[in-house]
Design a protein around this ligand. Structure first.
Ligand SMILES: [Zn+2]
Length: 411
């Protein structure tokens, strides 16, 4: 039985029928629909003879071949956001099933091949993304905060995951799953507009952006909107506005992205000059030095803006994460695989975080493939990819898996 990429497209449609409605995919983690999707996946894998195991964090593993050696891992997530798209997360799994079928057909693989369905990648119900993969990677350190989370109906996270046999105390036992991992491959829709704008179906992901998130507060003086002449004002919003424009040039010049996602002004009434403007700034870059450079340039720009507007400015770091770079050998294999199936390849960073970033953080050589997203849309029922591009992506994942298996068998 040869690889049949058209079957993947058909099975993705089947999953959409089964677990979606007129508003989109409804496979939110730790719900009945999610469980239905997990058992659907189990049925699809059954014919390969792969052995299923659910680990301590709720991740669903299927292992083909019991021999020694470092395992090849292919992974994705079957959970979706509410009213989500039909491809985000599950493409990787359904394509992975097709690759497993092809490998199983050829006999016992030289090293174990494992398909993993990560639990709760989206964090849609409790607001904490990458649950299962961060547990397996050992980077989950916020159990105390997780214990306090509740969904909008007041159900606590421990109760919700407990229904699926998962507890926060034991979740980190899932680390043992990565002990024997030799490589991790993940195919995902791009969820952005880059490949479509270049008219290229597939790309290799170099890594995931590092992130610097800051609260930047400009402080001026509230004053009457009628009686204060323009040249006597200390307008905090004017400082914030200058920064909002400057970060665009900073991002462009340093190959990253900067977003001022929120500005809250006080007193926030139409009859007063703004006294404080509290901005939330998100900066991302694949290169750690450039990321640091973007932050220090933004700080300088904010200081200049404050001086010009006669206001003060103050910075506070809210959250940050280092860039995570994927494995150079696997990036080379992925680039070759894409060229073989579609002629042209492109290397690009990932803006969003993915389970693959957690696996890479745990020291497992990792790479991702992106397939073009139409209009760059995701996390909406409008999310889509051309069927012919989906088929190419399955073929590319299969080639990449073959090449990586060979590499693991000889290393
Ligand atoms: Zn995803």
């Amino acid at each position: 039985m040869a690889l049949d990429p058209a079957r993947t497209v058909q099975e993705l449609r089947e999953l959409r029928e089964l677990t979606g409605d007129e508003n989109g995919a409804q496979r939110v983690a730790w719900t009945d629909t999610w469980e239905q999707a997990r058992s659907w996946l189990r049925d699809k894998v059954a014919s390969t003879g792969a052995v299923e195991e659910i680990d301590a964090a709720g991740n669903q593993w299927f292992t083909l071949g019991g021999g020694g050696g470092k395992a090849l891992l292919i992974g994705g997530h079957i959970d979706s956001v509410p009213n989500g798209g039909w491809l985000d997360g599950c493409l990787n799994l359904v394509a992975g099933v097709e690759v497993l079928r092809r490998i199983a057909e050829e006999g016992a693989p030289p090293v174990p091949v494992r398909l993993v369905n990560w639990a709760d990648e989206e964090g849609a119900r409790f607001g904490r993304s990458l649950f299962g993969s961060s547990a397996a990677a050992g980077s989950m350190r916020d159990q105390d905060e997780l214990a306090k989370l509740t969904d909008r109906d007041g159900v606590s996270l421990p109760d919700a995951i407990g229904r699926y046999g998962v507890s926060l105390d034991r979740a980190l036992d899932a680390r043992s799953q990565l002990e024997n991992a030799g490589a991790y491959l993940e195919l995902h829709i791009e969820q952005g507009p880059v490949l479509e704008s270049m008219d290229i179906p597939l790309g290799v992901v170099l890594g995931t952006f590092g992130v610097e998130r800051s609260r930047v507060t400009f402080r001026g003086q509230a004053a009457h909107a009628g009686s204060t002449p323009m040249d006597k004002r200390r307008d905090a919003l004017a400082g914030a506005a200058r920064l909002a424009l400057e970060i665009r040039e900073i991002a462009r010049s340093m190959g990253g992205v900067c977003t001022m996602g929120s500005v809250v002004t006080r007193p926030g009434i139409v009859t007063s000059v703004v006294e404080t403007a509290e901005c939330l700034l998100d900066q991302r870059n694949l290169d750690a030095d450039q990321l640091g450079g973007m932050l220090s340039q933004a700080k300088k720009a904010a200081q200049r803006a404050a001086t010009e507007e006669d206001v003060e400015v103050e910075w506070e770091r809210i959250w940050s994460i280092e860039p995570i770079l994927f494995d150079e050998t696997l990036i080379g294999f992925a680039d070759d695989a894409i060229r073989e199936v579609s002629g042209t390849s492109h290397k690009l960073p990932s803006g969003p975080l993915h389970d693959a970033a957690e696996v890479a953080r745990a020291g497992v050589p990792t790479v991702m493939l992106f397939v073009q997203s139409l209009r760059g849309l995701s996390h909406t029922k409008l999310e889509d990819t051309k069927p012919e591009h989906l088929e190419l992506s399955v073929a590319a994942l299969d080639r990449l898996a073959s090449r990586t298996l060979e590499w693991l068998a000889h290393s």
